[in-house]
Design a protein around this ligand. Structure first.
Ligand code: ZN
Ligand code: ZN
Length: 423
């Protein structure tokens, strides 16, 4: 009862709405949110293959009377809601793809779906919780549509494919949506997004101004030596030894040249391959790795010094080496002004004590591509049952989300939207 009262007060402060009505809308939609989520959970689809998922989303948005665009970045869906009065344009984003992971938990709506990944048949599961993101945003679209006469401005509901990455050789995700002008016509002024977390208690929100999730750059290093007999290394150039020195040098860049008290930097070599047998020093060696940064200056410095380090170390040992660093994902950077402007809305939705200032995460999100274009706020929603002793990580077969956590997602998106547009 106390909680209900609190909710009514919360929603009354910023809107000219029938607060009680809106609050009731949010409560009433919970069973639908759960039903939608279970549907998507049981029918997961891999990145760039979200055909049925997109169909169901589009049908829902059309049923609400929204202007609907489909086929954006392959399977993306956008719904446009025009408020009664003109105003700012806000985008809300949900990612919609699943992963090649077998579901182990014994849920009544367990996924037994299969898909194709890299030419092989694989089990498919919503092992990152994007099913909850879809259900939450469908509910937000429904409630805001019902109340569109009281909205000043426009809302774009963006249902984005391939957040986990497009299959090899394909484009996809937020980057492709931006390329296909999803933030234009009408031009978006700000964007909000959320991610549910299996290890964060339900009814809580996590946020961080500035760099919240890392930029990712994959890199590939090729070392060219000179093949010779393993018993006489002086007659060749050993690319494996040179690779070891390069790995050492790259890690030293992190420890000696990065101001690590400001932001984290992580560099990992994930694969090294060379050689055929014990008594041959091979001709060449290859390495691939990942770089994670949370600050653009630090990222730029790392790229420059990695190139120098790789070439110069190789040269010092009479070898040659090249490095290719890919464009990767940018930093998920929460606009400082927008974050402080919207913090009261997060607190109104969740209760001040339930809004947690987080540390940065060295994982990544392609929401960052939207934030490169317009100010954005990406926050974290709790999906863990309180008192849980072991929360299974995202992308694993036992990954589990407490559905009771979704309600706060609905409420928070609505609070953010109304406060942003109407104030
Ligand atoms: Zn994921
Ligand atoms: Zn995810």
């Amino acid at each position: 009862m106390k909680k209900l009262l609190l909710t009514i007060v919360i929603l009354s402060s910023s809107i000219g709405f029938s607060q009680h009505g809106l609050d009731k809308d949010i409560t009433d939609i919970e069973s639908k949110v759960i039903e939608w989520r279970r549907h998507f959970h049981q029918n997961p689809e891999l990145s760039n293959r979200e055909f049925k998922t997109a169909e169901k989303i589009a049908a829902h948005l059309k049923s609400l009377g929204l202007e609907v665009q489909t086929g954006i970045a392959h399977t993306g869906v956008v719904g446009i809601l025009k408020g009664k009065k003109p105003g700012k344009v806000l985008a809300l984003r949900a990612d919609i793809d699943a992963l090649p992971v077998p579901e182990r938990a014994d849920l009544p709506f367990k996924s037994v779906a299969k898909g194709e990944f890299r030419g092989a048949e694989v089990p498919v599961m919503h092992a990152c919780g994007h099913d909850t993101h879809i259900a939450i945003l469908m509910a937000v679209a429904e409630i805001l549509s019902k109340n569109k006469n009281k909205i000043k401005g426009t809302i774009k509901f963006i249902f984005q494919p391939a957040e986990e990455g497009a299959p090899p050789g394909e484009e996809g995700g937020a980057k492709l949506m931006v390329k296909e002008n999803v933030l234009k016509n009408p031009d978006v002024d700000a964007i909000f997004g959320l991610h549910i977390g299996s290890g964060q208690p339900i009814n809580t929100i996590g946020y961080k101004p500035g760099g919240a999730l890392a930029a990712v750059n994959s890199f590939e290093i090729n070392v060219k030596g000179k093949q010779t007999h393993g018993s006489a290394p002086w007659s060749g150039v050993d690319p494996i030894m040179v690779s070891a020195k390069i790995i050492d040098g790259l890690q030293t860049l992190v420890s000696r040249e990065m101001p690590l008290t400001q932001e984290a930097v992580v560099l990992s070599i994930g694969k090294i391959s060379s050689g055929v047998r014990s008594n041959i020093i091979p001709e060449s060696a290859q390495m691939i790795g990942t770089l994670r940064t949370l600050d653009t200056k630090m990222q730029t410095h790392m790229h420059k010094r990695m190139r120098e380090m790789v070439a110069d170390i190789a040269k010092a040992y009479r070898a040659e080496a090249t490095i290719d660093i890919d464009e990767g994902y940018p930093i998920t950077f929460n606009d400082i002004d927008l974050t402080s402007q919207m913090l009261p809305s997060l607190e109104k939705a969740a209760g001040k004590e339930n809004v947690i200032l987080m540390k940065a995460i060295t994982g990544a999100e392609d929401f960052s591509f939207f934030q490169k274009e317009v100010p954005g706020l990406f926050f974290f929603l709790g999906g863990m049952t309180p008192g849980t002793t072991e929360a299974f990580p995202h992308h694993t077969p036992d990954f589990f989300i407490d559905e009771a956590g979704m309600q706060l997602g609905v409420k928070t998106f609505i609070q953010l939207s109304l406060d942003y547009l109407n104030n």
